[in-house]
Unconditional design. Sequence first.
Length: 452
Amino acid sequence: MRAAPTILHLDMDAFFAAAEQASKPSLRGKPVVVGGLGPRGVVATASYEARRFGVHSAMPMGQARRLAPNAAYLVPRFAFYRSISDQVMELLRRLSPLVEPLSLDEAFVDLEAGGVADDSAGARAAGERLRVAILATTGLTGSVGLAGSKMIAKIASEEAKPDGLVLIEPGTERELLGPRSVRILPGVGPATGEHLRRAGITTVSDLAEAGEDELVRLLGRAHGASLHRMAQGYDDRPVVAERDAKSVSVEDTFDVDLHDRVRIRTEVERLAERCVGRLRASGHSGRTIVLKVRRFDFSTLTRSETLRGPTDDPVVVREAAGRLLESVDTTGGVRLLGVGVSGLADYTQEDLFAQAEASERPADEAVPAGSDEPEEAPDAATEAAERVWAPGHDVRHAVYGAGWVQGSGVGRVTVRFEEPWSGPGRVRTFAVDDPELEPSEPLPLVRGDAAA
């Protein structure tokens, strides 16, 4: 515990939804829900306007639609969110070398390590400067918590939402925590909270009064002792600079259970290609290939295979994932598939056997996506007909300029033409294969970036 509130926690406000509202003037001030739009989709983020209807993260999308039928429902644009996150993290690193990202929109910062604050006044000034810089750089708002520990700083940022700053002076932690629900503490989820409730422990002060021995009896040595310390406001966890990724993975949940074995194998191969794309983008290779299968009854199986050396070869990863699939019974149906690579390294050890197998492929065998071998170009009409216009994604029309997809169906796509710095734009409808309409990259949220 520190004597000064020099640990900062930043949490961007309704990040995904706020980014969509900032890029789409017609959605500002209106309920926006970002997430998977299929029958099994879940809410990733809801704007504050949507939260007033009871919509929240991790809620099934069907339930969200019932609560807020008139909200805008959009597919996530993770590359866009990551580009904004990179800008925010760069601002944090200007404050301190010790930045610990928790997700795209959340991080701890050790202000003392950066020499920018050693007391309450300095910490508050640094926090306010950060909020101003984030707004100027990204056009979005973030909430800041300042305290002498990570746990209290995170609680402070939650109290600061939206678009605020809360500083909690060291020494006042027990007074702050006492009347709060035990769920406010890290490590107390629904199951632990219910277990404690049955024992008559519902508030943090109840935890503190129960004593360490009783909590160890209820929750085990490590968890019980940790919660007893936190209930008294003690948290000496340091801010740890960003660690290297330990694994790379991708997964998909399907609207309808997959039963056809060939289709399942095709999906696994497609996921393997996507996983290798992410692996290469991160500059890594990996030794262990992991397959994840969630079956019709929600049982989840994982299988893994460790190679002789790290690889980023799509053929090797695809074939390993295929071998793992052979050991899984998918008779009853599959609702989710995932492929991952762990045991990451910064180099690639060539797999001579895999290379030999690849070189022995018949000349007329299909070449996997992502390989360096030439493929026959697809027919232009077929390619246009197969384009998917996802709600919220960016497009550009040869005549009308930049816009975003409001919806599509029965061979038509509806586009609203507007830019982040314009007013609400006009809506127009086109055939899905209109040659003048193309997917495009997102525009920057702050106009100065466009001119750079």
